[in-house]
Write a new protein. Sequence first.
Lengths: 231, 231
Amino acid sequence: MYPNGCKVTSVSTNLDADIPVGRRPRNRRGEGSRLRQDILDAAGEILEETGSPDAVTLRAIARRVGIAAPSIYAHFPDPEAVLVQLLIDGFVRLTATVEEAMDPLSDPVERLLAGCRAYLRQAASRPQLYRILFDHADDTPEAGTAGALSLAQGLRAFEVLVGAISDCARAGRSVSTDPFADATAVWVVLHGLAILPVSNPGFPWPPLDQLLTTTVTRIARIDASTSVNQE
Amino acid sequence: MYPNGCKVTSVSTNLDADIPVGRRPRNRRGEGSRLRQDILDAAGEILEETGSPDAVTLRAIARRVGIAAPSIYAHFPDPEAVLVQLLIDGFVRLTATVEEAMDPLSDPVERLLAGCRAYLRQAASRPQLYRILFDHADDTPEAGTAGALSLAQGLRAFEVLVGAISDCARAGRSVSTDPFADATAVWVVLHGLAILPVSNPGFPWPPLDQLLTTTVTRIARIDASTSVNQE
DNA sequence: TGTACATCAGTGAACGCGCGTTCACTGATGTAC
DNA sequence: TGTACATCAGTGAACGCGCGTTCACTGATGTAC
């Protein structure tokens, strides 16, 4: 929140309800864009704490960052734009994490499973953001900007998944005859595993990593004898 | 909206912005509880149209039903209670639909698949309600009341699913050794299939019913030769 | 090296809006006599 | 059969709140001379 590490020495008189604790030290000249990242961080925190995009208001962000609400207009045209940027960043991070996890591996089965695990790890790191990434219908206000990009990003990541299953089949490790349909099923499982344990913590979940491995292995029709992490 | 079928003859002067179109004819004595259902119906419509529980406000409901906002207090203590009732009803309907679809069938594989199809059909009939049923984290305000009930209802429906897979195994139609874990995986798939096609209509989905059948068959380890709807 | 000044980064007061909630009320419906 | 009256089903005005957005402003930072 205070990236330059300054302590706020003078205690705020706190007359304005919008600025409850201390005040953020102003940025040096040319460092105004730091506030932009602080705004995004604060918005992300609010989103994870409340789980509701509607709670990400200009004034809530301003309170958290320690600035006056109108200061946000210097960096974003309106609160919707903050949310859109949050979604875009989330999508980019998700696909980047999956690709980085798969890239260094050569064994096709391990590549597939590593990508799936990375997907769930990234989703779990910001569960509410992940949920909103996929749950909003496409006709939602933010779909115009973020929706188009998310589809493009998602399709790119999806091709990696299809490729991984194709590689398994080519290597004789899978008997899949329709890698695209099987990749779709894998994605469906990933989404369910990313959402349900978060929203239903009271359910007696079996070990999730084993559930993932077993299920993906069966869906992608990977020969049990050739895989390491078998049930 | 006008359950007794009366037409509103006098056009409202529309001075109050909360009552834009006509006015609802008042109920006869003893029929006050009709308004309760009208309120729930209106709230459900708002939820499906906006996709946001925050949009289900007292005043939005009142506008849609054609009453003054305070009239709702005669039937619900606050807007949260309307939403909670909506979620409870949704959960009851979901589990009832699944059980009704499975009940008349004797073949264990067909029972399992029919239950899964009924689950998706019911979810698709009110996609936003379904989403909110499962997506809200348990620490959300409405979790106190609806969360507990939803867990109980959900576990009951889940036992039906576990039983169906066990039946398949007992009948020699499945080689599943862990029906509980397999039922969990099937639920994960059902949730993904209920959510993703709605939120990502732009994705090139393969035929969903075939995707469901294939995936559930593989997860529950049902022998391909004994099942009818095989790929 | 000192000083006037432009600019950058952000402030504070104000507005109108929709919201939840309260309160006293109204007028049609049914009932007791 | 007629009439006074209790009750039911809902109204309308008002309040305080948090919100998005606007506007004129301020004061520290750096720069030109």
